[in-house]
Design a protein around this ligand. Structure first.
Ligand SMILES: Cc1cc2nc3c(=O)[nH]c(=O)nc-3n(C[C@H](O)[C@H](O)[C@H](O)COP(=O)(O)OP(=O)(O)OC[C@H]3O[C@@H](n4cnc5c(N)ncnc54)[C@H](O)[C@@H]3O)c2cc1C
Length: 264
């Protein structure tokens, strides 16, 4: 884990209130794995640093993709190219890509896309078949991951990634929640990954099609320190109490005691 002052290389509002920020952060970029996160010290009157997933890594740089929800992320969205940010990471245990796996299904809900692009990219680079289901409220909220201005490097994502869109209002792709598409894409899949809101996880945990399947989820919860010191993000699992920041944020779906997980 490194604590560094990272220079902002670019900051762009991709769609309203959603920002993509690239940082020069060689020490963290070199060690980062999909599903890990950094803690970002935000200015203004914020005291605690804020956790943000490592969205992409390119050489000495890493990117953050975040939505503006409160004081910290508002402040962050106002920082400009050339300014610097105090960050530390990479933190946590990210997604595990089993070398023996061949066919991955990745499911994203809303901002859950943030850590999943890195995962999809690495897995595709390892020659795995990857299907990425992305769910959003409407076409306006779908992040342009498969457009020429997309979030994947150079625009288009690796051709081997099959991106399937779902919107709640049907304005693009399938009409309905991303989870409704899961059964149709399960054939031949040997690993499933997801990041999204708690409701999405509760739905997945109840799906008979996913019973006894290897599903890894990244949990979102309020975090204090990000390093396992404050115990603020402790949750109950079938293996006992765990800290989301240190033991997670990625957990096996079957290990989480969902009845007692409150999320945010
Ligand atoms: C491991 C991890 C990785 C994350 N990665 C990303 C990411 O890549 N992109 C992204 O946009 N967000 C991500 N989040 C959520 C992000 O940390 C929060 O949105 C952020 O801390 C809010 O800070 P704020 O000061 O803007 O809001 P605050 O002023 O602190 O709170 C404003 C509102 O945001 C909600 N909020 C506070 N903390 C969180 C939280 N941890 N998660 C969700 N909502 C929260 C509060 O309930 C409140 O309603 C991640 C969270 C975790 C735990």
């Amino acid at each position: 884990m490194k604590q560094i002052r990272a220079i902002i290389k670019s900051s762009m509002e991709i769609i309203p209130e959603i920002y993509l920020v690239w940082l020069d952060a060689p020490e963290i970029a070199a060690a980062a794995a999909p599903g890990q996160f950094v803690m970002v010290r935000c200015g203004g009157d914020t005291v605690l640093p804020r956790p943000l997933s490592i969205h992409r890594v390119e050489g000495d740089s890493l990117s953050l993709l975040f939505s503006v929800v409160g004081r910290g992320t508002r402040w962050l969205s106002q920082q400009e190219k050339g300014e610097s940010l105090d960050i530390f990471g990479p933190l946590g245990n990210g997604f595990r890509i089993d070398p023996a796996s061949k066919n991955l299904l990745i499911v994203s809900g809303g901002m859950g896309i943030a850590p999943l692009v890195f995962l999809a990219d690495i897995a595709a680079g390892e020659g795995k078949k990857v299907t990425l289901i992305t769910g959003a409220r409407s076409a306006d909220c779908l992040l342009p991951i498969s457009s020429p201005q997309g979030l994947f490097d150079g625009g288009m994502h690796p051709a081997s990634i099959n991106v399937v869109n779902a919107t709640d209002d049907g304005s693009e792709g399938f009409k309905g929640p991303a989870t409704d598409l899961i059964p149709a894409y399960l054939e031949g899949v040997d690993r499933i990954y997801a990041c999204g809101p708690l409701e999405m996880y509760r739905t997945m945990a109840q799906m008979p099609e996913l019973k006894n399947k290897p599903v890894q989820l990244s949990l979102e919860i309020m975090m204090g320190c990000g390093m396992g010191v404050c115990y603020g993000c402790t949750i109950k699992t079938k293996q006992g109490l765990k800290q989301v920041c240190k033991d997670g944020p990625v957990f096996d779906m079957g290990d989480v005691v969902w009845e007692e997980f409150e999320g945010l």
